[in-house]
Structure formats: structure tokens, C-alpha cells
Write a protein that binds this ligand. Sequence first.
Ligand code: 13P
Length: 279
Amino acid sequence: MLTNFNSMLKSAYGQKRAVGSFNFYNYETLKGILQAAEQMHTPVIVSFGKKYLANMSFDEVQALTAASAALCKADVCLHLDHCDNMDIIYQAIRAGFTSVMYDGSALPFEENAANTRRICEVAHASGVSVEAELGSLAAGASSHEGSADDVEVYTNPDAAHEFVQKTGVDALAVSIGTVHGLYKGTPNIRVDILKAINEKLHIPLVLHGGSGTPEEKVKECISNGIAKINVNTEISDYTVQRTRELLEKENPHLSVAALNQMQYVAEVVQKYMGIFENV
Ligand code: 13P
């Protein structure tokens, strides 16, 4: 069933749990994520980025997700991942996404806040929730988000407080040392900064760059206000690797390879759901 993002995240935040937000790009990735959610009896956010509009249009994504979610026992949100283009955000809202992320993190504070506020006005009028970002993440290996030039800027707790007051955003993505993609060295996750942000904000916080983040750090983050965790790279890397192994062993019909891919996606998603739910 398609569900409201805001109530899903508020309940996770109140219970010190995090909902997994998993990127999908086609039918197989969507179905694999939903199968995992059913098996783990957990709500889930399926997240689609504008980069994948070459694979599916917003209308196709919404129709497929609504039909699949109606058959799924778990609660499902359809979320637009990182989007710096306001017109594309309005298209996703019109198509029926349940939440959108406006990413103005590369802009000066006031411009990011003004744009986020405008998006909130439009989205909230349609019952759609909004995530925004302050600070920025670096990109690790195999990242499909951002670019190698991305500079890590930690989120400032006072600025985050002012940002939320000015915008009325439902959830805030913070930068505390995770990276988009796989870590190139030992991760330095600044739970102290997260704690300071959470003490000031009291709204669900979002951790991007979930892939490869050490389990104990993830759990500490969830105990300190993280209620949504994004995973993309590992879904793709793991599924491509397992598909390669399958093709080296046998020459399956495409329909069989597709079924296998759903299973690979479900395996990696279940692993993360187990970590996010069991704090
Ligand atoms: P990873 O690719 O590092 O899992 O990050 C995903 C993400 O943050 C999507 O917005």
C-alpha cells in the first residue's frame, strides 16, 4: 500500500528505528525491494532519481509502484531522490510521488532555504512530503550520485536549526562523514555532530551514503535521530556481481535471469533492513 512519508518517518523517529530508502531503476529492482520488505515485515521507501528517467518516466514509475505496492503487505513510500531542479520536482509531485527531495545543498544557504520553502509550499498543498539537505557528502568508489569533485562539508547544527525553521521541511539530510558510494578508506562518522543536530531539531534526520557504512556506526546514528537511510551502490554492485556469476555458470533465459536479479536485490536489501530495524 502506498503510504504517507511523513507519518512513516515520524513513527520511525519516535521509536528510534530507521526506514531503509532503496534506489530502484527498473521492475526487477522495485520487486526485489518490495519482496524484502514483505519478508522482513517492515515499511520501506522506494527511491527513484532523475538520473534514471532514461530508464522509466515518472508516470511509468508511479503506475508500476502503485500497482506493486497495492499487492505488497508492507507500507511503501515512493520518493524522488536528490533533485536540484524545481521543475522536475513539480513533475514528480504531479505524477503522484509521495515525497520528494529538493537538494539545494550546492547553493548558498539563503537560496537553498528559499527554494526549499517554495517546494514545501507546493508539495504540502498536495499532501506530498519534502526532504532537503544541508552540508554535502563526498563521493566514494562506484558512486552513481554526485561526482569525484564533491567536497565534504559537515552540516552545522545551528544552521540546520535555522534552515528547518525557515523552510518547514519534513526531514533533513545531514552530512556527518558518510559518502555516496563505497568508502575509499576508514569511515569517520561524526556522531557528535549528529547528536548536536538532533538535540536542536527534533525532526527525522536522513543519512545518505548507506552502502558500506559500518553496522555499529549505523546503529549509533539511528539512536541519535537518523530515521531514513539511503542505499544505492551496494544494490547495484551486488546484483551485477551475482548476475555475472550466474552468466558464467549457465546461459539462462532472460526471464529467469530477471527472476534471479529480484532475488539478489532482495538479499542485499534484507541485510540492510535487518541492521536498520534492530538497534
Ligand atoms: P550509496 O550509493 O552510498 O548507498 O548512497 C545512496 C544514497 O545516498 C542515495 O541518495
